[in-house]
Ligand binder design. Structure first.
Ligand code: BEZ
Length: 180
């Protein structure tokens, strides 16, 4: 049975039927707001920023994996391919589970690999925060995406200094159209 690993919006909004839900992590990656979003949390003219996984030795990224049945997978993946457009590719990663850090199943996940057209790798947190504070797209504001992710991580007791730092930086910036 296929598994899907979510480390971004799939943590709080899977939007598909699943058989089992598993808090878990992948080794060798960090979560970074290094993927431009011209289609969800921004526009082609003013793309927002959303997360991708970036290789980093010895790092761990926690998220939620979902087990889906084969028949559902045939519907879910085409839907996710549409939902997660702009530069993401479907990759397979080994999940790790539990305090004893045992090997879990392999899972499919969407990653914006370095070099894709929307990759913004290396951007400084202050720059990312300014983009997030100002961006809005068909799926809503980029602030909303950041806050939902931060809240979902806290609900699952997942600490992510990069995400939490961005929340602090964005909170200090005015929203577009806000009265001075
Ligand atoms: C996710 O895991 O939630 C996700 C992240 C980036 C693109 C698609 C899904």
């Amino acid at each position: 049975m296929p598994w899907i690993f979510g480390y971004g919006s799939l943590i709080w909004r899977p939007d598909f039927k699943y058989e089992e839900r598993l808090p878990c992590y992948v080794r060798g990656y960090v979560r970074r707001f290094w993927q431009a979003s011209p289609d969800h949390r921004g526009t082609p003219a003013a793309p927002g920023r959303v997360v991708t996984l970036v290789p980093e030795a010895a790092a761990e990224t926690w998220g939620i994996a979902y087990r889906i049945d084969e028949a559902a997978a045939r519907e879910i993946f085409p839907q996710l391919d549409v939902r997660e457009q702009a530069g993401y590719s479907l990759e397979t990663l080994l999940l790790r589970v539990g305090d004893e850090r045992r090997e879990g199943p392999r899972a499919l996940t969407y990653i914006g690999l370095a070099g894709n057209d929307a990759y913004t790798g290396g951007e400084a947190p202050t720059t990312i925060a300014q983009v997030i504070a100002a961006s809005h797209g068909p799926s809503g504001s980029n602030r909303d995406y950041l806050h939902r992710l931060g809240r979902a991580l806290r609900e699952h007791d997942i600490a992510d200094p990069h995400v939490f730092e961005l929340e602090t930086l964005v909170a200090e910036l005015p929203s577009p159209g806000a009265q001075k």
